[in-house]
Design a protein around this ligand. Structure first.
Ligand code: NAD
Length: 355
C-alpha cells in the first residue's frame, strides 16, 4: 500500500438551521466588510446573508451567471474593491461559488460558501472562467473556501428536476475518486460513503421534495463528493463532461448524469475493484447499470440527443476529448470513446459488466 494523503483546511459546519451560525463563522475569520454573492434570482438569499451579518455586510452582488463569464468576474472584482471588502459569502450553486472564487483568485481574500446544490465546488481549489467563449479552469488554494456551511433547509426549494442531475454530478465525483491515481484510502472511504448516501437519498428527494431527512442525507453525500473532487485527479468522465459542456454548450449537471453510466462501463474492465465498490454502495452487482437506472428513476435525462447534442458533432467531440492526455484507468482509444458517445447519445443502458 502506498499513498499520499493531505488534509485540506476547510471548516465544515453541517446541519439543518446552521445558516444561523454565519455571523459566528465570520467572527472566527475576523471579517468586517463582507460581500454577499448570489445569482439575480436568488438575491433574496444574499439579502438573508446581509441580515445575518448586520453591520459587517458591505453589500450584495447578485449577478452570478453560469460558467463565470470574464466580464461578470471583472465587474464583481471592481465592486468588491470599491466597497473595500475583506471577504465573501457565496450563497447558491456552483455558478455563485464560482464567481466568489474568481474574485478570490485575484484578491486572495477568504470565502465562506453556503451551497444550495450538490455541485461540490465549495470543497475544491478549482476555479473556472469563461474567456471568449472558452472555459478555462485551474487550481489555486486561494480560491478554496475557508468555511462551508451546509444547511439542508436551504435545499428544500431545489426542484427535483435540478436536484436529480445535481446529485448525480456529485455521485460522479465519488465514482472517479475511487479509481483516481492519487486518491488516498481515506478519500476512497469518503467517496464510497458519498455514493451510499446519494443513491439512497436522491430517490427520496425526487419523490418527497419536502422530506428534510432525505435532503439532509443528500447534502451529506454532496459534501463527501465535494471533498473527493477537491482531493483527487479525476479521469475520462470529468474530462468528457467538461468538454461537452464547454464546446457544445450543454447543461453541466445533465451531461454528468448522461455520461456517468457509460464512463463507468468504459473503465470497469480496468478498475474492477473501484467499480465493485460503486456497486456495493448502491446495493447492486452492476455499477454502470445501477447508475443508469438511478438516473432513469429520478426522471433525469439519459440521452445526449435529449439535451441538445447533435449527432453530427459526435466525431468532433471524440477528437476533442483525446486532444490532451490525462490519467484514466482504461486506455483511451478513438473507437472506444466514439462508441461511448454513441451509446450516450442514444441513451442505451450499458450492458452488464459484472461489476
Ligand atoms: P447552478 O449554480 O447554475 O445552479 C443550477 C440552478 O439551480 C440555477 O438555476 C439556480 O438558480 C438553481 N438553484 C440553486 N440552488 C437552489 C435552491 N436551493 N432552490 C431552488 N433553485 C436553486 O449550477 P450547479 O449545478 O450548482 O453548478 C454548476 C456550475 O458549477 C458549473 O459552472 C460547473 O462548471 C461549476 N462547478 C465547479 C466546480 C469546481 O470545483 N470549481 C465543481 C462543480 C461544479
Amino acid at each position: 500500500m502506498q499513498f499520499i494523503h493531505e488534509s485540506r483546511p476547510v471548516r465544515v459546519v453541517f446541519g439543518a438551521g446552521r445558516i444561523a451560525h454565519l455571523a459566528e463563522e465570520a467572527t472566527r475569520l475576523g471579517l468586517q466588510r463582507i460581500l454577499a454573492i448570489s445569482t439575480p434570482r436568488k438575491r433574496f438569499l444574499a439579502e438573508r446573508v446581509v441580515e445575518a451579518l448586520g453591520d459587517r455586510a458591505a453589500g450584495v452582488y447578485a449577478h452570478a451567471a453560469m460558467h463565470v463569464p470574464l466580464a461578470t468576474a471583472e465587474a464583481a472584482r471592481a465592486e468588491a474593491a470599491r466597497l473595500g471588502c475583506d471577504g465573501y459569502v457565496a450563497i447558491g450553486g456552483g455558478s455563485t461559488i464560482g464567481l466568489a472564487k474568481a474574485i478570490a483568485l485575484e484578491s486572495g481574500l477568504p470565502i465562506i460558501a453556503i451551497p444550495t446544490t450538490y455541485s461540490g465546488s465549495e470543497m475544491t481549489a478549482i476555479w473556472g472562467l469563461t474567456i471568449e467563449g472558452e472555459k478555462r479552469t485551474g487550481r489555486d488554494e486561494r480560491v478554496r473556501p475557508r468555511v462551508v456551511i451546509y444547511d439542508p433547509e436551504l435545499t428544500l426549494s431545489l426542484p427535483p428536476a435540478i436536484a436529480g442531475p445535481s446529485g448525480i454530478n456529485a455521485l460522479a465525483h465519488c465514482v472517479e475518486a475511487l479509481y483516481a491515481v492519487d486518491a488516498s484510502p481515506v478519500i476512497q472511504l469518503m467517496a464510497e460513503e458519498g455514493i451510499r448516501a446519494l443513491s439512497r437519498s436522491l430517490p427520496v428527494v425526487a419523490r418527497e421534495p419536502e422530506n428534510l431527512e432525505g435532503r439532509t442525507l443528500a447534502l451529506y453525500g454532496a459534501w463527501l463528493a465535494g471533498a473527493a473532487l477537491g482531493a483527487a485527479t479525476l479521469g475520462l468522465h470529468h474530462k468528457l463532461c467538461h468538454m461537452l459542456g464547454g464546446s457544445f454548450n450543454l447543461p453541466h449537471a445533465e451531461v454528468h448524469t448522461i455520461i456517468l453510466p457509460h464512463a463507468a462501463a468504459y473503465n470497469a474492465p480496468a478498475a474492477p475493484d473501484a467499480l465493485a465498490r460503486v456497486a456495493r454502495a448502491m446495493g447492486s452487482t452492476d455499477a454502470p447499470g445501477a447508475l443508469f437506472d438511478l438516473a432513469a428513476a429520478l426522471g433525469a435525462p439519459t440521452a445526449l440527443r435529449d439535451i441538445g447534442m447533435r449527432f453530427e458533432d459526435l466525431d468532433r467531440a471524440a477528437d476533442l476529448v483525446l486532444r490532451s492526455p490525462y490519467p484514466n484507468p482504461a486506455p483511451l482509444t478513438r473507437d472506444g470513446i466514439r462508441q461511448l458517445l454513441d451509446d450516450a447519445y442514444h441513451g442505451r443502458r450499458p450492458k452488464g459488466t459484472g461489476v
